[in-house]
Design a protein around this ligand. Structure first.
Ligand code: FAD
Length: 464
């Protein structure tokens, strides 16, 4: 008979081995909980930022560990269920849910560890951006990512990840050093043994091959201060909005890499945002001010605040929201957009609630590491948005968004950001990845998920 202390020691080490998913045993039941529509927690586990998506998975596997994810995959294989993967639940089109299968939900896998010497962050796949910001800023470090508080680090990074700091440091996926993934066959993959997996996860890893359980990312020293300005122009018609957008495209090349700018048309009003983590008096910033200040009606006084205070200003509205957002394409410059603008702006002016936005890319993004993200040569990214509270307003806004998509396509704008998907994009594989990258992703699909277990309406397909 073991002594009580020896018994406890054995039980505890067995328990921690199980929790860590080591070889000494199968995953414990609590590493994953399977929720069905009748379970009280199902609605929370199913919740998406897009409140208009009504899909109802058969089961949601709420996972606490890699071992739990593996167990969930094994059940899906046994039951021949398709699998969707959910982290932060912010996918515009709801690709993290499905109707007839299993959703592997990883939001509770949200551990964060920082190697203080190297600045390397190890993050569970369930971390949200605001948690990452808080954790890193308290330690003097920072990860360039997106703006919205509850966006999942996994979904954002696996599709690229850009924001106010990307011109300075590159995309979030450019900071990715390694991933661990349970693939579509239930096997654990580590990109340290497989460079192709890291390549894929830099822009092509969203719900395509398996469930990423852990991301390892290089962080940056946290910038101390953040400065922002807003310029506004009111009561614009199509011609005036076009002239203002042309002026913005002319002004942006002068901006230093520390800076970011967005041009946002909401009805008859345009707001131009300018931010920097560098010197507010930089000559490029001054040139931008001079250019844009003369063609807008009002400029806000510069506000310089500590970064930790600035970030929550961009955290956005809490979900769920009723909206239709999607990529409005990548551009090299104004000329790419010019032909589409009269029709696009007419839609924005005609249908209330429509927003057309162009953001600066370029800078360090242009020379990031190799990966599935294929749009590095484009200096600008467009996004169209429509929000509504009254469900009755949805159909007209969705229809207007569809017409805008058509005007852009007719003008030859066919490259799109995979993290701003739209079910109606024609030839989405080329639009998101480029033809060559897509073929390479398909070869990986065959390797990691030969039975197409992991899938959503725009996931990478098996090669023909
Ligand atoms: C309000 C809002 C603000 C946004 N702001 C920005 C921004 O500033 N910059 C930017 O680049 N993008 C932004 N986005 C887009 C965002 O990057 C994508 O929606 C992203 O995919 C969301 O990730 P998620 O984990 O929250 O979403 P989810 O819906 O959970 O997942 C999104 C996709 O990633 C897959 N996925 C999630 N977790 C895993 C995993 N562990 N393993 C494998 N696949 C996985 C899902 O299957 C799905 O296909 C924003 C979106 C919203 C709604």
């Amino acid at each position: 008979m073991p002594t009580r202390r020896a018994f406890l020691r054995t039980s505890l080490s067995a328990a921690s081995a199980l929790a860590l998913g080591t070889k000494s045993g199968a995953a414990p039941a609590e590493a994953v909980t399977f929720l069905g529509p009748d379970d009280a927690e199902y609605a929370t586990a199913r919740a998406l930022y897009n409140g208009g998506i009504a899909t109802q998975p058969k089961r949601i596997a709420r996972c606490l560990s890699e071992a739990g994810v593996r167990q969930a995959l094994r059940r899906a294989i046994d039951e021949t269920w398709p699998v969707a993967v959910k982290a932060g639940g912010h996918c515009f089109e709801g690709f993290s849910l499905n109707d007839d299968g299993l959703v592997v939900e990883v939001s509770a896998m949200n551990d964060l560890r920082l190697d203080a010497r190297t600045g390397v962050l190890t993050a569970g796949a369930g971390c949200r951006l605001a948690d990452v910001n808080r954790f890193l800023l308290a330690r003097g470090r920072f990860l360039p990512a997106g703006s919205c508080e509850k966006v999942g680090l996994a979904g954002l990074t696996l599709g690229g990840g850009y924001g106010l700091f990307a011109r300075k440091w590159g995309l979030t996926c450019d900071h990715l050093r390694a991933v661990r993934m349970v693939d579509g066959t239930g096997e654990i993959r580590d990109s340290r043994d497989d460079a192709e997996l890291l390549w894929a996860c830099r822009g092509g890893g969203n719900g395509n091959f398996g469930v990423v359980t852990q991301l390892t990312l290089q962080t940056r020293p946290a910038p101390r201060l953040f400065t922002s300005w807003k310029f506004r122009a009111f009561n614009l018609n199509v011609r005036e909005a076009t002239t203002l957008l042309a002026a913005w495209f002319e002004a942006t090349p002068a901006l230093p890499r520390d800076a970011f700018s967005a041009w946002v048309m909401n009805g008859r009003q345009v707001t131009i945002l300018l931010t920097t983590i560098g010197a507010p008096g930089d000559p490029g910033i001054a040139a931008f001010h001079h250019h844009i200040g003369t063609v807008t009606d009002r400029a806000s006084a510069p506000g310089t605040v500590p970064l930790a205070q600035a970030l929550p200003r961009y955290y956005g509205e809490p979900g769920p929201q009723l909206f239709k957002n999607c990529s409005a394409g990548f551009y090299r410059g104004f000329a790419d957009l010019e032909a589409a603008l009269p029709a696009v702006f007419a839609e924005v002016l005609h249908e209330s609630g429509m927003i057309f936005q162009v953001n600066t890319l370029g800078g360090a993004i242009a020379s990031g590491p190799a990966g599935a993200y294929p749009h590095r040569e484009f200096g600008y990214l467009g996004e169209q948005q429509a929000f509504w509270e009254n469900p009755a307003h949805g159909p007209a806004r969705i229809a207007a968004a569809g017409r805008i998509r058509g005007h852009l396509a007719a003008a030859g704008i066919r490259r799109h950001y995979v993290n701003y998907p739209d079910l109606a994009f024609a030839d989405w594989p080329t639009a998101y990845y480029g033809a060559e990258n897509y073929r390479r992703l398909q070869a990986l699909k065959l390797r990691y998920d030969p039975h197409n277990r992991i899938r959503h309406p725009q996931s990478v397909s098996l090669p023909e």
